[in-house]
Design a protein around this ligand. Structure first.
Ligand SMILES: C[S@@+](CC[C@H](N)C(=O)[O-])C[C@H]1O[C@@H](n2cnc3c(N)ncnc32)[C@H](O)[C@@H]1O
Length: 250
C-alpha cells in the first residue's frame, strides 16, 4: 500500500490541535445542501485523517459515511475517537469501492497531498452514482496569495502555490475524469488565532505547509510572532479561514 505522506503518521496524535478553529458543522451543512443529501445517502470521506469531516457529516446529515486514508497513524486516531466510523487504509488513486455506489465524495484539505490527481478524480467519478457529487474542500490560488501565515513564514508560500491545484487545473481533472460540470464556491470567514496557537502549529509542523521549511525560516517566523505577542499581549491575530469548494457533478 502506497503511503503518500509519512508526515501524517508522525503528527497524528497532535493533529486535531491544528484544526480546532474549523466550523465542521457549517461545512457538513454545505455538503448536505450542495450534494442534496438525505438520510439514505452514502458518503465517502476521502483522506479522512482523524475522521473530523466524516464524523461531522454523519452527525449533521444522518447519512452513512465511510472514510479512507493512507496514514495508519491518522486512522488509529479516527478509530480511538469514533470507533463506529468505518475507515479503511487506501489512497485516492485506487479506491477500494465498487462503481456507481456513492452520493458524495468529500475531501477536506486532501487534494494538495494526492500524487496522481487525475487518477484520483477518475476514481471519484467511478464510485459515484449518476447525479452524485465530488466536493474538494481546499483553498483557491487567490485566497492562498492573501494568507497571513505567509507574512511570518514567507519561504513556504511558493511551495503551497505549487502544491494546490488552480481553478483551471481542477476543472481539467474533473472534466477528464468524466464529470459533467464543475462548480466553484469561494468562502471567506472571519477568524482569529492567538500568536501562541500559530507558534505551536509552526513548531510542531501541525500544518503540512511547514514541511519543508528551513530552520532559519521557522525560527525567524516564530521570533516575529513572539515579538508581536510582546507588543500586543494576548490580542489575537486575524487569520480568516479561506476555503474553496470545487464541486464535480457526475
Ligand atoms: C491535511 S490532512 C486532512 C485530513 C482530514 N480530511 C481533515 O480535514 O481533518 C490530509 C490527509 O490526506 C491524506 N492523504 C495523503 N495522500 C493521500 C492520497 N493519495 N489519497 C488519500 N488521502 C491522502 C493524509 O494521510 C492526511 O490524513
Amino acid at each position: 500500500m502506497a503511503v503518500s505522506n509519512p508526515h501524517f503518521n508522525k503528527v497524528s496524535t497532535d493533529y486535531d490541535r491544528g484544526r480546532v478553529s474549523e466550523d465542521i458543522w457549517f461545512w457538513a451543512g454545505e455538503a448536505e445542501r450542495l450534494a442534496h443529501l438525505d438520510s439514505g445517502s452514502l458518503v465517502v470521506d476521502m483522506g479522512c485523517g482523524t475522521g473530523n469531516y466524516g464524523l461531522g457529516i454523519r452527525t449533521r446529515t444522518h447519512t452513512t459515511v465511510v472514510g479512507f486514508d493512507p496514514a495508519m497513524g491518522m486512522l488509529k486516531q479516527a478509530q480511538e475517537k469514533t470507533p463506529d466510523l468505518p475507515v479503511v487504509q487506501s489512497v485516492a488513486e485506487y479506491m477500494p469501492f465498487r462503481s456507481d455506489v456513492f452520493n458524495l465524495v468529500y475531501a477536506a484539505q486532501v487534494w494538495h497531498h494526492v500524487v496522481d490527481k487525475q487518477a484520483a478524480a477518475t476514481e471519484c467519478c467511478r464510485i459515484l452514482k449518476r447525479g452524485g457529487s465530488k466536493i474538494a474542500h481546499t483553498i483557491g490560488h487567490a485566497q492562498l496569495n492573501s494568507k497571513v501565515v505567509f507574512k511570518y513564514f514567507p519561504e513556504i508560500k511558493q511551495s503551497q502555490l505549487d502544491a494546490y491545484p488552480s481553478d483551471e487545473a481542477f476543472k481539467t481533472y474533473f472534466a477528464k475524469a468524466g464529470f459533467r460540470l464543475t462548480e466553484i464556491y469561494h468562502y471567506n470567514m472571519e477568524r482569529y488565532q492567538s500568536a501562541d496557537e500559530f507558534i505551536e502549529i509552526a513548531e510542531k509542523k501541525l500544518w503540512s505547509m511547514f514541511r519543508p521549511i528551513s530552520r532559519e525560516g521557522l525560527e525567524k517566523g516564530v521570533a516575529d510572532l513572539k515579538r508581536w505577542k510582546a507588543e500586543h499581549g494576548d490580542a489575537p491575530i486575524r487569520n480568516d479561514e479561506m476555503i474553496t469548494l470545487f464541486v464535480g457533478r457526475k
